[in-house]
Design a protein around this ligand. Structure first.
Ligand SMILES: Cc1cc2nc3c(=O)[nH]c(=O)nc-3n(C[C@H](O)[C@H](O)[C@H](O)COP(=O)(O)OP(=O)(O)OC[C@H]3O[C@@H](n4cnc5c(N)ncnc54)[C@H](O)[C@@H]3O)c2cc1C
Ligand code: FES
Ligand code: FES
Length: 494
């Protein structure tokens, strides 16, 4: 681990971000580095094809393609440019709807939108075109996206006037027409030969802004320890922070950007555990869960939208500390272990001990969440995860839950239960677990357990649901769990 201020003297620094937008290679310094990407595109580059509607990552009108150099070449993903800061974009290729034209002609996706009448007012159209292009760009030419892939790929894009049939038809036509040619301009930005930290500063009136973008955890915690007097805002995907920034809830002078710290991207199975770097994105987690924890895969598939999952991170979800964060009930019942790092070393904490109240947690200034270790749930645990929301896709949870039970014949040998959106933090239901241990696994037991569960929770009434509805869900989920397991057992016997 680093000690003291040594790194600050020996590490060379870059004072600008470099990136490619469509075919132009740019160096970004000063105040521009602190703009959102959508503002930069529209105000500084005149690329007004990118629309801003909600500024909250909810509608996809501002979608652009973000290309990143990966193991298998450039990978392009759609992201919401309204909640992405310029300082997060070093070394990437941003492609806007203007950059998709080929030799002055509309691309096959753009032409299909015209031919299928996929646009009326046109506000959503560039976002749809970008999201459809991403679906085609990342796949072999002879394998067009299926209808379900198209529907899933477009869950982050809303249209308020055309209706989705003609948009989906355009997507299908474009998928059929795509050939092996790349749909994006060539990427010509030279890779950063010396991966050095970046520090960009700007003065705007009396206000001074600084962003530090390290390449290692050691550099990151060294920065935090050297600036303990400042309110440094740590930023990973910015899907929470970008929204808060746009709403004027935060205006930090100092940012610590984790986007260039490769060691925080880990996402793999190690010694029977899922091990995530804090900056593993939901897209990464989803890929790993598909083959290892199908229950997690199902619930994460409806986490936000592709645009949100491509940049939002597991670490951001944990530290944002929302009682409705979708990952938390799973992490609670699996007893996930968090590694917290500071300039003076590392410590670990069980996630069940991490939160002490609404947005209160065991993390001090100068500390960084660096990794999350989740023991893989064994098959005999019968893990089930629940997300109740008013819409299937792209909705914030009204209630979340995770339940597992190990059965010994008819008897409940061991059990884990956690609920979200029923208190100031996600709650582990220890009394309900205690009540269930050793009891027979029957509907009567699960109904009685519901009486214990409702005494452990304190749900409120808000726009997403009344408190009595949440009390009812707390009971019903236990019954649902019983019927799910019973049904599966009877099917396996038959
Ligand atoms: C449209 C939309 C849909 C969404 N849908 C869902 C959903 O379905 N389910 C859900 O649970 N959430 C959802 N979210 C919320 C958000 O996407 C998640 O919480 C996401 O995981 C946050 O990750 P991030 O990397 O973007 O966090 P950021 O915004 O970068 O940071 C969030 C917080 O964590 C802190 N932080 C980040 N990384 C670290 C670290 N390593 N160490 C210390 N502090 C750190 C930041 O300082 C900040 O306080 C949605 C958000 C939007 C805008
Ligand atoms: S403007 Fe709606 S997602 Fe960005
Ligand atoms: S065309 Fe008007 S919102 Fe989609």
């Amino acid at each position: 681990m680093p000690s003291g201020n040594v790194l600050s003297y020996i590490v060379p620094m870059r004072d600008h971000i470099q990136l490619q937008i469509n075919s132009d290679i740019l160096k970004i310094r000063g105040q521009d580095a602190f703009l959102t990407l959508s503002d930069f595109l529209r105000r500084r580059r005149g690329l007004v094809g990118t629309k801003i509607v909600c500024s909250e990552g909810d509608c996809g009108s501002c979608s652009v393609l973000c290309g990143v150099v990966g193991d298998s070449g450039m990978q392009y993903q759609p992201i919401d440019s309204c909640i992405r800061f310029m300082f997060q974009l070093d070394g990437v290729h941003i492609v806007t709807v203007e950059g998709l034209k080929q030799n002055g002609e509309l691309s096959c996706v753009q032409q299909a939108m015209v031919d299928c009448h996929g646009s009326q007012c046109g506000f959503c159209t560039p976002g749809f075109v970008v999201a459809m292009t991403a679906l085609q760009q990342n796949r072999p030419a002879n394998q067009p996206a299926s209808e379900s892939e198209l529907r899933e790929g477009l869950t982050g894009n809303l249209c308020r006037c055309t209706g989705y049939s003609s948009i989906l038809e355009a997507g299908a036509v474009a998928a059929e027409q795509s050939d092996s040619a790349s749909l994006v301009p060539a990427f010509e930005l030279s890779p950063d030969a010396r991966r050095v930290p970046i520090e960009v500063t700007a003065t705007c009136g009396d206000a001074k802004h600084r962003v530090y973008s390290p390449t290692t955890v050691a550099e990151a915690v060294d920065f935090l320890s050297r600036h303990s007097e400042a309110e440094v805002k740590i930023v990973a995907g910015a899907t929470d922070l970008g929204v808060q920034f746009n709403k004027g809830h935060i205006a930090p002078s100092d940012w610590l950007d984790l986007n260039r710290v490769a060691e925080l991207e880990k996402c793999e199975i190690e010694d029977g555990c899922m091990v995530f770097g804090a900056r593993a994105t939901w897209t990464d987690v989803l890929l790993l869960a598909e083959s290892t924890v199908p229950e997690l895969y199902q619930v994460m598939k409806v986490f936000g939208s592709p645009q949100i999952r491509h940049v939002g991170t597991i670490g951001g979800n944990i530290i944002n500390a929302s009682p409705i964060a979708d990952s938390l009930p799973f992490l609670f019942v699996c007893d996930a272990e968090l590694t917290i790092t500071s300039a003076s070393g590392e410590r670990t904490v069980n996630i069940n001990e991490f939160y002490s109240g609404y947005k209160q947690m065991d993390l001090t200034k100068g500390e960084l969440l660096t990794s999350i270790r989740v023991p893989l749930p064994p098959a005999n645990r019968n893990l089930r995860l629940y997300k109740v929301s008013r819409r299937h896709d792209m909705d914030i949870s009204t209630f979340t839950g995770a339940v597992w039970m190990e059965l010994d014949g008819e008897q409940i040998a061991n059990v884990g239960i956690a609920y979200g959106a029923v208190g100031p933090t996600v709650l582990r239901l220890k009394q309900t677990e205690e009540f269930l241990r050793g009891k027979s696994f029957t509907i009567e037991t699960m109904t009685a357990a519901g009486d214990v569960a409702v005494k452990e929770i304190t749900p409120i009434t808000d726009v997403r649901g009344r408190s009595d509805y949440r009390f009812q869900l707390a009971r019903n989920v236990l019954k649902k769990y019983y019927y799910q397991i019973e049904q599966e057992e009877s099917q396996s016997v038959a």
